[in-house]
Design a protein around this ligand. Structure first.
Ligand SMILES: [Zn+2]
Length: 411
């Protein structure tokens, strides 16, 4: 199987979500697995929408390995691309197209690893899960597969999107790996107070409370929490961190945080509003229960003249960054990419991994990309114009995943 050619074929399938049309991808993958004699099932979840699960290896009591990726991509509206986004044009070893780093590269590499390993004597099951609808909340994607096949996936060792990118620290290359996702509690907050002409002085103005509250939230002193990820991060990098992104990750890995999502202070002209409503969420370190999150919210608003209600709570999850799987990834990254070490971080956004994190899986965001496209560049490519990847990343990444699954699956 020529992985780069397969990858280009995938990029040429327009699975922009909405509407998705991910059947284009599942048809292609199913056809390949059919030819290779690999067990697979397509799960239809809507008009043009489908997920796919495939398996090699054997049933056993050992944790399965799960190779996951999503097959939908975001749109390209209002972006003027140098090369058409669904043509997979290659120029000097760089392949351009929507989905090249989010995440058809991962689908292609995982599929090729499955084929390379299909006749090996593995000691456990290895699943490939290709899901729809991730870019629009996943309702038709991963949760549906988990509903039907969840009992096969428990305690899985998962390779997911979200990391696998090079970042330089003290002139040495490191690779980022996500090892969990933060949780969140979402709130609606209401401030009621006096209104009146904007220029009049009066007590108890809603806007005054609002601005005091913003200040309070912006400077709220969340303490540093020594999570396993924080500890490992510091073990690897020491305390002399200068890179701005690594400094952010240092804080992100060890602190809860507040995100203001939406506010509405009314539209009255020359009159101040008497009622201000806004939504905010607390981004929570993994391990926080709903009761704990509610207690944090109570503490946050103590003595503030506001009312609030909890709209939603989603727990986070953390993955083991000291187990054999993680160490093997690190060893391979050293050997293959010349990595100094792997840097563990919590994912910056939410991915399909969260549906597996809640099945006691260890989920690792590691879709390996070479030094040619470092983390700083990746940030400018995901969901943006001229998304691209180098050909070497596809070839090397396939080798990396094949070796990783091979080593773990024979241990
Ligand atoms: Zn993605």
């Amino acid at each position: 199987m020529d992985c780069v050619e397969l990858f280009k074929q995938m990029i040429r399938l327009d699975t922009t979500n909405p509407p998705g049309n991910e059947v284009l991808m599942t048809d292609l993958i199913a056809e390949i697995f059919e030819k290779e004699g690999i067990w697979h099932r397509v799960q239809k979840t809507g008009e043009g929408r489908a997920n796919l699960i495939a398996r090699i290896g054997v049933d056993s009591d050992l944790p399965p390995i799960l190779l996951i990726s999503h097959t939908d991509v975001v749109g390209c509206e209002n972006q003027s691309w140098t090369h058409p986004p669904f043509a997979a044009v290659e120029k000097e070893g760089i392949i351009y197209g929507r989905g090249t780093v989010d995440t058809k590269h991962l689908t292609a590499m995982q599929l090729c690893a499955m084929i390379a390993l299909k006749d090996e004597q593995l000691d456990r099951a290895v699943y490939l899960l290709a899901t729809s609808d991730e870019e629009q909340g996943s309702a038709l994607g991963m949760p549906k597969l988990v509903e039907e096949y969840g009992c096969l996936l428990e305690r899985g060792l998962v390779i997911n999107e979200g990391g696998g990118f090079c970042i330089t620290h003290n002139e040495k290359p490191y690779w980022l790996c996500t090892v969990g996702e933060k949780g969140r509690i979402e709130l609606r907050v209401i401030i009621e107070g006096a209104s009146g002409p904007a220029s009049f002085k009066c007590e108890n103005k809603a806007v005054d409370t609002f601005s005091a509250l913003l200040e309070h939230l912006a400077s709220y002193p969340f303490p540093l929490i020594e999570t396993d990820v924080h500890r490992r991060f510091c073990d690897v990098l020491g305390d002399d961190i200068t890179h701005p992104f690594l400094k952010h990750f240092y804080t992100y890995n060890s602190h809860d945080a507040i995100i203001l999502q939406r506010y509405d202070i009314g539209t009255q002209v020359n009159v101040l509003p008497y009622r201000i409503e806004f939504e905010l969420s607390l981004q929570l370190l993994p391990g926080r229960s709903e009761a704990e999150a509610r207690a944090m919210v109570d503490a946050l608003f103590a003595d503030m003249p506001v009312t609030y209600e909890v709209l939603r709570f989603d727990p986070g999850f953390a993955s083991d960054c000291n187990n054999t799987f993680y160490r093997t990834m690190e060893e391979l990254a050293r050997r293959q990419y010349g990595a100094q070490a792997i840097i563990p971080v919590y994912a910056l956004g939410r991915t399909d991994g969260r549906f597996l994190g809640n099945l006691s899986c260890d989920v690792y965001g590691f879709s390996p990309v070479t030094k040619a496209i470092p983390f700083e560049t990746i940030l400018t490519l995901v969901h943006q114009v001229d998304e691209h990847i180098d050909r070497d990343s596809i070839e090397q990444g396939t080798r990396f995943l094949t070796d990783l699954v091979g080593i773990i699956g024979k241990s």
